[in-house]
Design a protein around this ligand. Structure first.
Ligand code: BTN
Length: 253
């Protein structure tokens, strides 16, 4: 993987991936992108890609497993305008579609996990910077591509594309395809909520979750226009979950 190859697969994109910042090795592409934004040297649509990411960050303060040149780790910068639709859905829908195109039965778990059956193949971490004169978002995406195994603590919950198909995949090609899909979805203003609903198998099903240590059993009913999850509770009530912070939703449903 190198900068020239990545620029070649992204030729002609309209916004996302117009500028490529390639890191042979870095701690976290989100951190690199955020540093550029804070220093006011980030271009809108800039794509940070790491061939090896040593200290990737996940949602809720978790870690994303270090990448030893087998997975994909990248972050896209959006300045001022986040584009149409809930931003968390953008990368998740694009990654799901690219995996499906490659014969992998990917589906979405709210708000932005990509699963194969009950195991995670891709995750998204969005970080925002708001100051009085400007706003920016960094959309960080991790995809398990060519891993043949995972560290013991996540081996039962993680899966890679190669474990699904048996074949090694060119990371640059899959990166280009996912970022192109994100660019198309974002620029065309496609309906990301409908796209998410169509790819999400939770809806209409009972789901188990833990919120701050308390187990919850609910039925996922819908994803609303803001991207929030609407659930029915056992007592007959209806709740809208606006964020997954502090929530651990089981992938078994
Ligand atoms: C999750 O917990 O599911 C989100 C994982 C997001 C990982 C990606 S890898 C590229 C980017 N850089 C990071 O430090 N995190 C995101």
């Amino acid at each position: 993987m190198n900068a020239e190859g990545i620029a070649a697969v992204l030729a002609g994109v309209r916004r996302l991936g117009r500028t490529v910042v390639f890191h042979d090795e870095t701690d976290s592409t989100n951190t690199r992108a955020l540093d550029d934004v804070r220093a006011r040297r980030a271009a809108d649509g800039a794509l940070h890609v790491a061939s090896r990411q040593t200290a990737g960050r996940g949602s809720g303060g978790t870690a994303w497993a270090p990448d030893e040149g087998l997975g994909l780790a990248f972050s896209v910068v959006l300045l001022d305008d986040p584009g149409a639709g809930p931003l968390p859905f953008l990368a998740a829908v694009a990654a799901t579609d690219e995996l499906r195109e490659r014969g992998i039965d990917a589906h979405l778990k709210w708000p932005n996990d990509v699963l194969i059956a009950d195991r995670k193949i891709a995750g998204v971490l969005i970080e925002a910077l708001r100051e009085k004169d400007r706003q920016a978002w960094v959309v960080g995406v991790g995809v398990n591509v060519n891993q043949l195994d995972f560290p013991p603590d996540i081996a039962h919950v993680a899966i890679s594309a190669r474990q699904c198909t048996g074949a090694e995949i060119d990371r640059t090609e899959v990166l280009g395809a996912i970022v192109r899909r994100m660019d198309d979805l974002s620029v065309a203003g496609d309906d990301l909520v409908d796209a998410f609903r169509e790819r999400c198998r939770m809806l209409g099903r009972p789901i188990a979750a833990v919120r701050d240590g308390t187990p919850l059993s609910v039925t996922a009913v819908d994803v609303d226009r803001c991207g929030h999850l609407v659930v029915d509770t056992p007592s007959g009530g209806r709740e809208t979950w606006i964020s997954a912070t502090g929530l651990d939703i089981s992938p078994h449903y």
